[in-house]
Write a protein that binds this ligand. Sequence first.
Ligand SMILES: O=P(O)(O)OC[C@H]1O[C@H](O)[C@H](O)[C@@H](O)[C@@H]1O
Length: 448
Amino acid sequence: MGNIVFDYSKASGFVSAEEMDNMKSAVMCARDTLMNKSGAGNDFLGWIDLPSDYDKEEFHRIKEAAKKIQSDSDVLLVVGIGGSYLGARAAIEFLSHSFYNVLPKETRKTPEIYFVGNSISSKYINDLKGVLKGKDFSVNMISKSGTTTEPAIAFRVFKDMLIEKYGREEANKRIYATTDKEKGALKDLADQEGYETFVVPDDVGGRFSVLTAVGLLPIAVSGADIDRLMEGASDARLAVTKTPYESNGALQYAAVRNILLRKGKTVEIVANYEPSLHYVSEWWKQLFGESEGKDQRGIFPAAVDLTADLHSMGQFIQDGARIMFETVLNVQESPAEILLKKEEVDTDGMNYLAGKSVDFVNKSAMNGTIIAHSDGDVPNLVIDIPEQDEYSLGQLFYFFEYACGVSGYLLGVNPFNQPGVESYKKNMFALLGKPGYEKEREELLKRL
Ligand SMILES: O=P(O)(O)OC[C@H]1O[C@H](O)[C@H](O)[C@@H](O)[C@@H]1O
């Protein structure tokens, strides 16, 4: 039950103790703005105390609904986009088996889980319809606004498939709507059709909502222990809100990011050495990208899966434009010790590794890469994650959410809105011929 640790010692050549000291007052001011709820976007700070004051009745209902889905469905479709699916996918892939959906049901014992509605690909939707043939399935439609186009399109397709398969009454019992408590298109439909509903709290924005029903229901269906997830988040909340700057990893991460940005490091690359962390990086990209990327400011959030991407992006990171730093997500404990054996004929020259573990090789690649990239003027930060379990992940989610809020205020932006996302939606609605967008449509058609 270890704690995640932020370690910037490997970037000591790029960030001095003096610079960190000099950042303290600005970081503490940003932190106070967050905690006093006196900053821009202060209507969306419900996530800060979520782990300790989550609605007990809702939490219980989530677990009960998960059990029902586990018992009556071979497949759960999670329909959502952005913060309405990334956290759930990040957690399920981080916590479950690397080949979760492929496992035989007798081994997995929980439904296959597929994510749809985060793109509008006919091929993807059609392929998924094929996967569902002959299988019992349920749908968790997740949308805080209830009107986001991509999930709404996917929901129509799979709602129709449910009704065709089971009839309207049974189909309605297999649809779980996670949306606004009182208002919105999805809430209205859920009330009209009798879907079981769960709440996206008004004061929690999508990218900060993984520790609400948005993430918790799909994560519980996968068999993960959401009590332990919330325990990790709750302990992280105590750590990051109570410990002083000098020993507060979240505040130091925010400080280091800001120092490096001022030095021209405008790209942050989150690097994992475990493929099952891919969606943790995708969740992190939305959290920081959508929180900080405004007013022509911010650090561009990127992600690589190592060592795979060392053979694709490694060249650029080592020798390309010196605009980036890396944040390495290091899972300390390997779940299995796979030892390499000596071969009679050393055809591949690997016999020197006989007796060593695969994890030793992975960790050596990580340590060697951190040094090589640091030598190439790419500062490397490390977040040590004790193991791939619910407690560590709950800590990690909260650590990043808190650091993001502080970092956004440090940058001088509102970390909790996303006005830029509306631009594409307006153009899409116009091109779709949505009523009320006739003028925009006329203009856009000239530009196609
Ligand atoms: O949950 P929804 O209202 O459907 O929103 C889903 C996503 O789309 C929005 O446009 C924002 O970019 C995200 O912050 C949000 O998570």
